[in-house]
Design a protein around this ligand. Structure first.
Ligand code: AMP
Length: 569
């Protein structure tokens, strides 16, 4: 703005009901400054944590940047997470303020958010919430409780706030944000990112991986700000680079299955960044839908979140990209903060399905169990063998877990948790997680976290969860449960279909709708080794309708027959 680019559009906002707003960089600076002043007035100062629980509306970006201006680390919690998930994240970060909305529009209807905040802030087991104030954006206009002395409407707070704000200067290593992600245990990890390195790498990768020409491009990343992609490639990277971007609130099929393509035509989007699961869903809907819209403005397509299967890659390129556009398949994680492995458009000869090469400055390798680099053609574990600017700086409040999770498999070397292979040219192909983490629609879910949610129900004695290959979502959550003998009393029914529905809803309440198992199978036993470890590999065979693999280490080898028999009925 100081260099005279304030009139450039920063955000074209498209609400799900069709309402629109345009924010220039001047507008954005003004709104962020007012929000920073409003947060200050509520007592937020440098170092305090602020939880953001908002739909995909411009205020989400404004809230994050207002926190950054104050040096108050934000912790964005995806709007699809439940009150309980929100509560545990607020408690872990000891947040002082929550920024939320009355609700957002989803699938044609307002969906409330504020009640979940009220529930998350209630005292539990004699422990009071650390939150002092809640800022509430009015989005849907639905009826909303405002707690006197605690809750403040966003518009009231901003209306009375000064439009200028002097940013707080912080050290490069000052915490910028915490973002919770699922790990292999039941407790989510608060991934900590700091300021200088993170911003450097998000800006660098956004510019070069997407070949950004900020003066002329219209960029659109479909990720929600609740995930790291929304942090690095909606809020920080594009805005540092002065890009013009589209933000869309809703789902791709509201009110019709061509909504995304209509938005691309309307704003003449040139760069699109989305996830394989969305591409596969659109493939299912049929190519006649995008064919109704003018997509010729597109010049670069991106993919993130999971390995993109070559078939989806080819469809993306042919149907959406008109057989002209390069596709960048970008591998990275919440922990890496920014893109690490990706082809560069116009530079790398693409291979459908492969993320290919580490970016300049990044050192990645595929190694075997003994940390020997595998030869071309071999497979093993993906590691990052040199530090990088946007690397995580820790797990919030848990140094031991940080060391243990990332640095102990190969001492001193970052282990990403992904399997990979090198092809004959040395290009990298990602093969999915090698731990108990699932990837559903590009979202990371922990098997253990869902198991804990299931056994927290009175009717459940034991649970095992696996990620089974799914045509659309990459993986789908499949749960095996053993019910308690008195489950009929706890559930008020012994009908299996009803039980499954109750348990799915229970997981939805404990974690959020995204974690609801696609299938729940009631079984009498679970396959365990003699040391009592559940053999998920065998359950995955069952869930994927495969012949069950080697079961010789089972304590009771008849268990798998019982499970398979139960399933076929
Ligand atoms: P998250 O931190 O939730 O974004 O999840 C990161 C994980 O998603 C990685 O560890 C990978 O398993 C997977 N992932 C992300 N991008 C890609 C990609 N382009 N190719 C393959 N896997 C990916």
């Amino acid at each position: 703005v100081a260099e005279g680019r304030g009139d450039r559009v920063a955000i074209h906002f498209e609400g799900e009901p069709g309402d629109t707003r345009t924010l220039t960089y001047n507008d954005l600076l003004r709104e962020v400054s007012r929000a920073a002043n409003a947060l200050s007035a509520l007592g937020v100062s440098t170092g305090d944590r602020v939880v953001i629980y908002l739909p995909m509306i411009p205020e989400a970006v404004i809230a994050m940047l207002a926190c950054a201006r104050l040096g108050a680390p934000h912790s964005v919690v995806f709007g699809g997470f439940s009150a309980d998930a929100l509560r545990s994240r607020i408690a872990d970060a000891e947040a002082k303020v929550v920024i939320t909305a009355d609700g957002g529009f989803r699938r044609g209807a307002p969906s409330a958010l504020k009640p979940a905040v009220d529930e998350a802030l209630e005292e539990r087991d004699g422990v009071a919430s650390p939150v002092e104030h809640v800022l509430v954006v009015r989005r849907t206009g639905q009826e909303t409780t405002i707690v006197e002395g605690r809750d403040v409407w966003w518009h009231d707070a901003l209306d009375s706030a000064d439009v200028t704000h002097v940013p707080v200067w912080v050290e490069a290593e000052h915490p910028l944000f915490i973002l919770y992600t699922s790990g292999t245990t039941g407790k989510p990890k608060g991934i900590l990112h700091t300021t200088g390195g993170y911003l450097t790498q998000t800006a660098y990768t956004h510019k070069y991986v997407f070949d950004l020409k900020a003066e002329s491009d219209v960029y659109w990343c479909t990720a929600d700000i609740g995930w790291v992609t929304g942090h690095s490639y909606v809020t920080y990277g594009p805005l540092i680079n002065g890009a013009t971007q589209v933000i869309y609130e809703g789902t791709p099929d509201s009110p019709h299955q061509g909504r995304w393509w209509e938005i691309i035509e309307k704003y003449k989007v040139t760069i699109l960044y989305t996830a394989p699961t969305a591409i596969r869903t659109c493939m299912k809907w049929g190519e006649d839908i995008p064919a109704k819209f003018d997509l010729t403005s597109l010049r670069v397509l991106g993919s993130v979140g999971e390995p993109i299967n070559p078939e989806a890659w080819m469809w993306y390129r042919r149907v959406i990209g008109g057989d002209r556009t390069p596709i960048v398949d970008t591998w990275w994680q919440t922990e890496t903060g920014a893109i690490m492995i990706s082809p560069l458009p116009g530079v790398t000869a693409a291979k459908p399905g492969s993320a290919q090469v580490p970016l300049p400055g990044i050192v990645a390798d595929v190694v075997d169990d003994e940390f020997r680099s595998v030869p071309d053609g071999g497979g093993g574990y993906l590691v990052l063998s040199e530090p990088w600017p946007a690397m995580l700086r820790g797990i919030w409040g848990d140094l031991e877990r940080f060391k243990d999770t990332y640095w102990s498999r190969f001492p001193g070397i970052y282990f990403a948790g992904d399997g990979a292979k090198k092809d004959d040219d040395g290009d990298i192909w990602l093969l999915g997680r090698v731990d108990d983490v699932m990837n559903v629609s590009g979202h990371r879910l922990s098997t253990t976290e869902i198991e804990s949610a299931l056994v927290s129900h009175d009717a459940v004695a034991e649970a095992a969860v696996v990620g089974a290959t799914d045509e659309t979502t990459g993986q789908a959550v499949v749960a095996f449960v053993i019910l308690r003998s008195d489950h009929a009393e706890a559930l008020g029914t012994s009908d299996e279909d009803e039980i499954v529905q109750i348990l799915r809803n229970h997981v939805g309440k404990e974690i959020g709708p995204i974690a609801k198992p696609k299938r729940i199978l009631v079984v009498a036993e679970l396959p365990k080794t003699r040391s009592g470890k559940i053999m998920r590999r065998l359950l995955r065979d069952v869930a994927e309708n495969r012949a069950v693999g080697d079961a010789t280490t089972l304590a009771d080898s008849s268990v798998m027959d019982l499970i398979a028999k139960g399933l076929s009925k």
